[in-house]
Structures are given as C-alpha cells and as structure tokens.
Design a binder for this molecule. Structure first.
Ligand SMILES: Nc1ncnc2c1ncn2[C@@H]1O[C@H](COP(=O)(O)OP(=O)(O)OP(=O)(O)O)[C@@H](O)[C@H]1O
Length: 295
C-alpha cells in the first residue's frame, strides 16, 4: 500500500533522509521510533505530499505530491503539535467532515467516546481547549471517518488512562481495514499497539522488525496492588490511573488498558520499595473497583 524507494530529502546541503526503502501494507501497525531529529516527521511529511523529495513515495500507486487530494482522502492524520486554529470546535468538526466526505456526527460521537463533549465546547475556539481536549478532538477527526491509512504522531501522549483505553479500542476497530503508522520517541509508549517496529537514526532505517501481536488492543487488566504501608505520593500517582484504595491506603484496585501495562508497571517501579504484591489478570467483565474491593 505504501512504498518508499530510495527516498532522499535534503534541506539545503543537509541530507535528512538518506535513501529510505520501506513497504507498508494494510494490517501493518508500525511504530516509527527514533531519537529527536532522526527523520520521522520528515518521512511522514513526504508521505503526506508536503515535501518534494528524490526517489519514489507512493500510496496505492499514487504519488502524494502529484495526487495530494486523492492521497489525503485515504489518510487520517493526528499531528504531534496541534495547529493554532481559532475556528470554533463545532465549525472545525463540520469543516473537517466536509473535506473528507464524512458525517460531523460520526466525529462528534468518537469525541464523546473519548470523553469530550463537543456540544458543550462548540463555540469555543480550538486553540483555547486544553492539551488533552485538543488531542481528543484531533483523534476524533482522524478516526471518525473512513481511512485506509492512519498516521499518528505521539497520539496518546496527552490522554488520561481512561481515554487511552477508549483510544486503543478505536484503533482495534480499524486494525484490519487500515495501515497505521504511529510515530514516537519512545518504543515503550507504543510497543504494545503495533506489529512492526521501524527505527530511524540520522535519516536511515536502522531496524525493521515484525513483532508478536499478542496484546489485544481493547483488553483490560484487573489489578490489585498491595503496599507495606500507605504513602500519599503513591496514592496520588495510582489515583491518576483511576484506582481506588482501601481505608488504610494499603490495597489499591483498578483496571489498566492491556496496551498500557508496560507504562503502568513503569509507574509502579518508582515505588518498588513500597510494594508487597501486584496481581494483574485479564478482566473478563468490567466491574467497578468498589465492587472488586468488596469481593
Ligand atoms: N523545514 C526544515 N528545514 C531544515 N531542516 C529541517 C526541516 N525540518 C526538519 N529539519 C531537520 O531534519 C532533521 C530531521 O528532523 P525531523 O523533524 O524529521 O526529526 P524527527 O525524527 O521527527 O524528530 P522529533 O522526534 O524531534 O520530532 C533534523 O535535523 C531537523 O533539524
């Protein structure tokens, strides 16, 4: 579906992409990783037809630079930095839906699932939303439409754990019909969302691995964390994951989105000396943490 053949991009004399060769098909969920300045955004911009470059870039045999409209009609894009748009939220959704022949209500419904009530914010300029609200709206615009390719630059970075879980579920719904490219500095942020990892360094692909597709995107893990004593900083950190504590603050229960397990364990590792046990298991059905505590 996507082809890069010996793609070279120069800014004046600085060669930023040094001959990139890649083929990405439907069903591939790619983590595009690499340190700052590796060339990830430049590669994406070549794919979206924003830059001219040497070599071949093609989406379904169309050259994005020459067939921009047709190529962009296939692509849902979530940018790394939200554009500084003054347009009110309601108008922005209508405009975005008209550009890609989608229904504004479909985008609004995705926003609602993510926890953003677009009706409430319809007259508010986009630029005045919070970072997380902007991210939710951009995701809703990208996912509330038919697309064959989803390109997302650090898409979940600003989302709270509940919205991340919903977002992963939305990706699961698209996983067979679309190819996905998820760009990130950190592999651990995106590792469990993907089945292929492409690492760039200094304008070149230095690793291209197919990885086991074991984590169900829409899964949740029921968790119980026990401590040797209660501590306020831990309570604050785990409270941000929606966990509820026992009266003595030594037992905490809640749910973690399947793809977020590594991230969650990373948070727990900061309090390793406090931990007495961690239980994590695939949740068969969702029960409230209060109900689980009463078991
Ligand atoms: N418009 C531009 N003009 C000149 N140089 C540029 C331009 N855009 C990017 N570069 C340079 O190209 C290199 C690759 O940048 P790019 O933004 O593609 O990296 P990245 O991997 O996306 O980094 P980050 O993770 O920081 O977003 C960097 O050295 C950057 O300074």
């Amino acid at each position: 579906m996507i082809q890069f053949q010996n793609v070279i991009k120069r800014f004046r004399r600085h060669e930023v992409l040094k001959g990139v060769n890649l083929t990405i098909d439907r069903g591939h969920r790619v983590a595009l990783v690499g340190s700052n300045g590796a060339g990830k955004t430049t590669l994406i911009r070549c794919l979206l037809g924003e830059y001219t470059c040497e070599g071949v870039v093609a989406v379904d045999n169309l050259v994005p630079r020459e067939h921009r409209r047709e190529v962009l009609s296939k692509v849902g894009f979530v940018p790394q930095l939200p554009p500084p748009l003054k347009m009110p939220v309601g108008q922005l959704i209508k405009f975005a839906a008209s550009v890609c022949d989608s229904n504004p209500q479909r985008m609004a419904d995705v926003a609602t699932r993510l926890g953003l009530d677009t009706e409430r914010f319809k007259n508010q300029p986009f630029v005045k939303l919070s970072g997380g609200q902007k991210q939710k709206l951009l995701i809703a615009i990208a996912l509330g439409r038919d697309s064959e390719l989803l390109v997302m630059d650090e898409p979940a970075a600003n989302l709270d754990p509940e919205a991340r879980h919903i977002f992963f579920g939305l990706l699961a719904e698209k996983k067979n019909e679309a190819a996905m490219i998820i760009s990130s500095h950190r592999l651990d942020e995106v590792a469990s969302l993907v089945n292929r990892v492409i690492e760039m360094d200094q304008g070149q692909v230095v690793l291209d691995d197919r990885v086991a597709d074991l984590v169900e995107l829409s899964s949740r893990l029921g968790c119980c964390v026990r401590l040797i004593r209660s501590e306020a900083p831990f309570a604050k950190a785990i409270g941000e994951w929606g966990f509820k504590g026992s009266d003595d603050g030594k037992e905490w229960r809640g749910y973690v989105a399947g793809p977020d397990r590594l991230r969650f364990l990373g948070v727990l590792s900061r309090y390793a000396a406090l931990l007495s046990s961690i239980d994590m298991s695939e949740a068969e059905e969702l029960r409230s943490p209060e109900a689980a505590l009463n078991d």
